[in-house]
Design a protein around this ligand. Structure first.
Ligand SMILES: NC(=O)c1ccc[n+]([C@@H]2O[C@H](COP(=O)([O-])OP(=O)(O)OC[C@H]3O[C@@H](n4cnc5c(N)ncnc54)[C@H](OP(=O)(O)O)[C@@H]3O)[C@@H](O)[C@H]2O)c1
Length: 303
């Protein structure tokens, strides 16, 4: 077991769950935060961001393992994504490498990195994967590419699941598009398996909830219909309308200096036709298997 684990993104949705799970395991968690103040638990907080080399050096000093979960998931330009997701990741691996104690480094990438041309986000995460690997030298780098992550604490998918269980499914893109999901607790289990593995595997691994071939919109509607014992109406949002809203949102976000989630680039991601993936390689490397299918999470309102 690692003695000190350095964690980034610990204030975010996935990172908060990881931090709790690591503390529960008895790990010494040292976490990066841009906010002042900390938490009333055993976390050792380091104040700073991914642009602050001193903070990164302090974060990784003496750490055996680094879990890099910080990232920009919204932004108004490719530069905003690149500065945080690519350049920030490279700065962190360089600090970890220079510290001399870090044996393993986990980069939380995304399934979107499969298609770097799709969006600013996808391209910045793909570049991070490449550049972290080439800067790592003798630090073992593992890359996780989870699909859409949901669970308690998530604010993006929760409203959609709530509408779904009220009988309304908002669909995007083609009716036969393949989607996939993973519950945040299953993702955290995979990270813990990685941490305690005798050797960190050096691959790039996709992770989903094990639904073979993913879901199409109709299968999601059918799951919800069974749970609520009533009809689920599919409401298709036309892509040109979505694109128009995205341009409008991007324009106003730039005007008011805000980081938007819905942009034309994001629309390309959202309407992509195939987000199915396979857990085969990570199951083989770490013996990890997800436990929570979407149907169970919806049934138990575990999101
Ligand atoms: N959620 C998903 O469906 C999903 C799917 C695949 C991959 N991922 C990846 O998983 C990671 C975490 O995602 P999430 O959903 O948990 O996002 P989130 O809730 O938005 O959290 C992002 C975290 O990154 C931190 N962060 C952002 N910019 C930073 C900077 N410049 N310096 C230091 N910290 C910074 C945030 O800190 P502040 O609190 O200071 O803002 C926050 O802790 C991301 O790398 C994302 O690409 C997410």
């Amino acid at each position: 077991m690692a003695r000190i684990v350095a964690l980034t993104g610990a204030t975010g949705f996935i990172g908060s769950v990881l931090r709790q799970r690591l503390l529960h395991l008895g790990v010494h968690v040292r976490a990066l935060s841009r906010h002042s103040g900390g938490s009333e638990d055993a976390t050792e907080w380091v104040h700073g961001g991914l642009g602050d080399i001193d903070a990164l050096d302090e974060l990784v000093a003496g750490a055996d393992a680094v879990i890099h979960c910080a990232g920009a998931v919204r932004g108004a330009s490719s530069d905003e994504f690149n500065q945080i997701n690519t350049e920030g990741s490279v700065r962190l691996i360089e600090s970890a490498r220079n510290a001399g104690t870090c044996e393993r480094f986990l980069l939380m990438s995304t399934l979107a990195a499969r298609y770097p041309g799709l969006s600013w986000y996808a391209s910045s995460k793909y570049a991070a994967e490449q550049q972290v690997r080439s800067a790592a030298r003798d630090v073992a780098v593992t890359i996780f590419r989870p699909t859409a992550v949901y669970g308690p604490g998530d604010r993006e998918m929760r409203p959609l699941f709530e509408w779904l269980l009220r009988g309304w499914l908002f669909t995007l893109g083609e009716s036969e598009s393949r989607l996939s999901f993973i519950h945040v607790e299953d993702l955290a289990n995979a990270v813990l398996k990685w941490l305690v593995a005798p050797e960190a595997p050096s691959g790039t691994y996709e992770l989903n909830d094990c639904q073979q071939g993913g879901y199409d919109w109709s299968s999601i509607a059918a799951i919800a219909a069974e749970i609520r014992n009533g009809p689920v109406h599919q409401l298709s949002i036309p892509t040109p309308l979505l694109r128009g809203l995205a341009w409008f949102n991007l324009y106003f976000s730039r005007l008011f200096h805000r980081a938007p989630m819905l942009t034309p680039a994001k629309v390309r991601e959202l309407t992509h036709s195939d987000w199915s993936c396979s857990n085969g390689p990570i199951q083989k490397a770490l013996g990890w298997e997800p436990q929570i299918l979407l149907s169970r999470a919806l049934q138990e309102r575990w999101f």
